[in-house]
Design a protein around this ligand. Structure first.
Ligand code: BG6
Length: 506
């Protein structure tokens, strides 16, 4: 892999969960794989008055927690590149001190330097930090680059996303802004493009003539953990649908780009978002299901309902589950329904997309009426891989058809390192490749799709929110959403935990 130019990564929000769980382990992994620049430093910043040593100790512990077999000597070596600077992000004066601090970092920066600012703070600080960086002149570097990575959520709705884009564009050029959606950093998400565009067999049938419907699921078997405060302002629609699930849809539905150039790819993604049919207020009730987990017992252990979680309003109507049916109004997908669903406290953790192909025009094998349609399952996580389901003859007399699987698991390729999403994305930012980051226009388009749904939920208290016991696949009514008068169901890769234990199939 190309060695990036020397740089300093400056993390705003270095005492937060994201830095400990994702960013530091990812930067360490890049170090281990020898994919960091020759000279680099990480400068962590938060309000607490830590010393470099205290910060290094906290980060070493975070790395070990994530990778218990990591080489202790390597971690020690890596930690010498970590520095800490206590800072009040709201104080414009502190940014001049920050500038001096960055320059003082041994041997990396002289008069000029490459900077990557990583905003891992609460979203309400994104605009203020950007403005203050601009005032201190840190939005440019005389003979290097200055780039800024912004975490999700990017805006709270369309208006706030536009406002944030406008503020950031006054300070940074669009080419300097790297808006993260970590799903795009997942190896298997990128593999959707390779599956489609590197193989002659899929693309000819990847359209309304052959595809009956498409299903995308992102299920989690945990609750909201300690994120009640954030989740109450977000909910599944903003947290997962507006970002990760719509990203996946764009990769599945986009036209082949003319090249793998960042703008060519992102132009095609944008066109998909622009073609999403916006739901009218009167369609919301029938096209979108929202749910909230309620207390239940899983494997003999009682599990709290959402309303009993810390920092959650006991009357909360925030959804922890959302399922949406929609259409993409373009030549390729006209009339093909897309179904997406996501939820917390479902029976298992799985993210996958299922392409359901149309049945044969005339079915000959009357002995086997229950044969399922051909499905191509793109398994994003866990057990990353691809599965094709099709019918084969059962040996013996007659013509009985049996469903079989053609199966590929990434884990079958031994000795490959599958980079974590953050690892890939931080590396891409260092080499200046923004293909897997979101452009301003795409973020705004995604909000345009989600906003009418959110508005209907917020404004009309008659729109139902369904409870579902933790450990089940969400509200039963979501089955009616997909059935649409035909015998179609969601793919359930595992049974409800309320049944006899978990049974997962790929
Ligand atoms: C985050 C959401 O963006 O993605 C979380 O805020 C969610 O609520 C997480 O749990 C899921 O990511 P992953 O990589 O674990 O599927």
């Amino acid at each position: 892999m190309k060695k990036p130019d020397n740089c300093v990564i400056i993390i705003f929000g270095a005492s937060g969960d994201l830095t400990k769980r994702k960013l530091m382990p990812a930067i360490f992994e890049l170090y281990k794989q020898n994919n960091l620049p020759e000279k680099f430093a990480v400068l962590g910043m938060a309000s607490s008055p830590l010393t470099d040593t205290e910060f290094r100790d906290a980060m070493k512990a975070a790395i070990v927690k994530n990778d218990s077999i990591a080489d202790v000597k390597k971690i020690e070596e890596f930690s010498t590149r970590l520095n800490y600077f206590p800072m009040n992000f709201k104080d414009p004066g502190a940014y001049n001190e920050l500038k001096n601090k960055i320059r003082s970092l041994s041997g990396i920066c002289g008069e000029s330097c490459n900077y990557i600012f990583y905003l891992a703070t609460i979203p309400s600080l994104f605009a203020e930090i950007s403005v203050n960086l601009g005032k201190a002149g840190l939005n440019k570097s005389s003979s290097g680059y200055s780039r800024i990575i912004v975490e999700k959520p990017f805006g709270y709705d369309l208006a706030s996303a536009i406002e944030l884009n406008n503020t950031m564009h006054e300070i940074f050029d669009e080419s300097q802004i790297y808006r993260i959606d970590h799903y795009l950093g997942k190896e298997t998400v990128q593999n959707v493009l390779v599956t489609r565009f590197a193989n002659g067999i899929f693309e000819p049938i990847w359209n309304r003539n052959y595809v009956h419907h498409i299903e995308v699921t992102s299920a989690e078997n945990l609750g909201i953990e300690n994120r009640g405060g954030y989740y109450e302002t977000s909910g599944a629609l903003r947290d997962m649908v507006q970002s990760h699930l719509l990203r996946l849809v764009t990769l599945i539905a986009m036209e082949p780009p003319s090249s793998f150039d960042s703008d060519a790819v992102r132009n095609e993604q944008l066109k998909v978002l622009q073609s999403l049919r916006k739901l009218k207020p009167e369609e919301i009730e029938d096209s979108v299901i929202r749910g909230q987990y309620i207390a239940s017992t899983i494997n003999g252990k009682s599990v709290k309902g959402y309303r009993e979680e810390k920092d959650v309003n006991p009357d909360s109507r925030t959804e922890t589950y959302a399922a949406v049916k929609f259409y993409i109004d373009n030549w390729r997908w006209g009339g093909v329904p897309f179904y997406i669903r996501t939820g917390k406290q479902l029976p298992t953790r799985v993210t996958e997309a299922v392409i359901h192909f149309r049945k044969t025009p005339h079915y000959l094998f009357k002995e086997s009426q229950n044969i399922t349609d051909n499905q191509l399952i793109l398994r994003i996580q866990p057990d990353e891989g691809i599965l094709l389901k099709f019918g084969m003859k059962e040996p013996g007399s007659g013509f009985k058809v049996h469903n079989v699987n053609m199966d590929f698991h990434y884990s079958d390729i031994s000795n490959i390192h599958i980079p974590e999403a953050y690892e890939r994305l931080i590396y891409d930012c260092m080499i200046g490749d923004s293909t897997l980051f979101l452009r301003a226009d795409a973020v705004e388009e995604a909000w345009k799709f989600v906003e009418p749904i959110q508005k209907a939920w917020d404004d009309d208290h008659k729109v139902k929110i369904y409870g579902y016991p933790a450990g089940t696949w969400g509200p039963d009514v979501a089955d009616n959403l997909i059935a649409g008068g035909e015998h179609i169901t969601w793919r359930y890769p595992c049974k409800n935990l309320a049944d006899d234990g978990v049974y997962c199939e790929l």
